[in-house]
Design a protein around this ligand. Structure first.
Ligand code: SF4
Length: 104
């Protein structure tokens, strides 16, 4: 599983570096916005690109409202697995990555 996850992280990084445009803004500040983004993720095809685009992934932390939002400080981040356990995303990530569903 570790190798599979490493390969998936490398794949995600490549997609992002190749210019995949993700919806970095607006950040999910309100419960309405969280619900809207989650609903879109649930009704999408669920493939990797959809999750990255709708989730608004970035390869670097995003400064928002005076807070640096990075996977490593997000409540959904599993440190030892370097994994996002938000059910609608379920994807291996790097600690310095971010998405707009970041939550403390
Ligand atoms: S929900 Fe949190 S851990 Fe998951 S990708 Fe977004 S910022 Fe990273």
């Amino acid at each position: 599983m570790t190798e599979e996850h490493d390969a998936l992280r490398a794949d995600i990084q490549l997609r992002m570096e190749n210019g995949l445009k993700t919806e970095v803004q607006p950040r999910a500040d309100s419960s309405e916005l969280v619900l809207e983004i989650i609903n879109r993720l649930q009704s999408s095809s669920g493939d990797l690109d959809s999750r990255l685009v709708i989730g608004g992934f970035t390869l670097t932390p995003v400064e928002h409202g005076g807070i640096e939002q990075a996977c490593e400080s997000c409540m959904y981040y599993l440190v030892h697995k370097k994994y996002c356990e938000l059910p609608e995303l379920e994807v291996p990530v790097e600690p310095e990555w971010s998405c707009r569903l970041w939550r403390i």
